[in-house]
Design a protein around this ligand. Sequence first.
Ligand SMILES: [Zn+2]
Length: 87
Amino acid sequence: MANNFQCPNCGHKASAVTDSRPSRGTARRRRECKSCGHVFFTVEALHLPSGLIKAPAGFRWTGGVQSFEHRAMLKAAKFLLQEAKKV
Ligand SMILES: [Zn+2]
């Protein structure tokens, strides 16, 4: 577990996690600076690489890989549905 959050008070690089509560895919951690004792909170979230999607074969958009964007996803989904109907 990475433990390199800088203390917002003194800038010290080491902090101890004194409490951790998960909520909706994120974890809220209570940290205590090992140097000055300042208590601060961090929210950590799992970052999945699924933010990038590949264009389905035959579907054209500007790049091969596009960052997740609702309209582009919808367009791709409609395209795939139409392709599926053809079969
Ligand atoms: Zn500190």
